[in-house]
Design a protein around this ligand. Structure first.
Ligand code: SAH
Length: 222
């Protein structure tokens, strides 16, 4: 790798270190989660024109009217999943592939679904460039989940929907966690749902947030 797309550029390394300090100050204390953020080069996953802003704690446009989520949000959602390393994870909304690359370091395998063909293809290329081999990217409507790969120990929804898609609850393993933003189009609540037994769920509200639309059969209409 050369030039501005190198992950070793010292400016990027220093910026990433400052981001880690900010995440720590925001209450992200899980060492494994922080190590994942140290390891993944966010600047490799965004349009080149925006790379100098890669380690600001802000969402950035990635094309198709979509955004890469702010690192603080990615970190909070990742921590809420309580991953130990052995999990099979479903992500709905691959986008840039950043969240998937973080999850890949914290779980055994990640199935990620993206509805926009260009973003799915670009994310695959980015993940290959970062040598992430335990993420499979599928094109389709993630609100239906992926029954052939279920059950999942963890499910993360990275776009905002009107309600928690029932197929995703159906595909959550007993003991599993689902984290995602649900509510109105303008603003959502971030929820964590635990599957505590067959057809038994406990729901916690973690805070307020604002995501791009979850579009699909169990989301908003296109
Ligand atoms: N996790 C991403 C965030 C991307 S923004 C990242 O780390 O960059 C949310 C993404 O969800 C967008 O790319 C959007 O196209 C996608 N999306 C919205 N509805 C979807 C659906 N029903 N299935 C799959 N992807 C969806």
């Amino acid at each position: 790798m050369t030039g501005s797309r190198s992950s070793g550029g010292s400016g990027f390394v220093r910026a990433r270190q400052r981001l880690l300090e900010r995440l720590g100050a925001q209450g992200i204390t899980d060492r494994r989660v922080l190590d994942a953020f140290r390891a993944v080069a966010r600047h490799e996953l965004i349009p080149e024109a925006l790379q100098l802003r890669a380690y600001e704690d802000t969402s950035l446009p990635i094309g198709g009217g979509q955004t890469i989520s702010a690192p603080g949000v990615v970190a909070a959602m990742t921590a809420a999943l309580e991953l130990t390393g052995s999990e099979s994870v479903l992500e709905v909304g691959t986008g840039s592939g950043y969240q998937a690359a973080i999850l890949a370091r914290l779980a055994s395998r990640v199935v990620s679904i993206e509805r926009l063909p260009r973003l799915a293809a670009e994310a695959r290329r980015s993940l290959d460039r970062l040598r992430v081999s335990n993420v499979v990217v599928h094109l389709g409507d993630g609100t239906a989940g992926r029954p052939s790969d279920a059950p999942f120990d963890a499910i993360i929804v990275t776009a905002g929907g009107p309600e928690i898609p029932q197929p995703l609850l159906d595909q959550l393993a007993v003991g599993g966690r689902l984290v995602g933003p649900f509510g109105a189009r303008e603003e959502q609540s971030l929820y964590r749902v635990r599957c505590t037994g067959p057809l038994q769920f406990e729901r916690e509200r973690l805070g307020r947030c604002r995501f791009v639309d979850l579009v699909g059969a169990h989301g908003w209409a296109a």
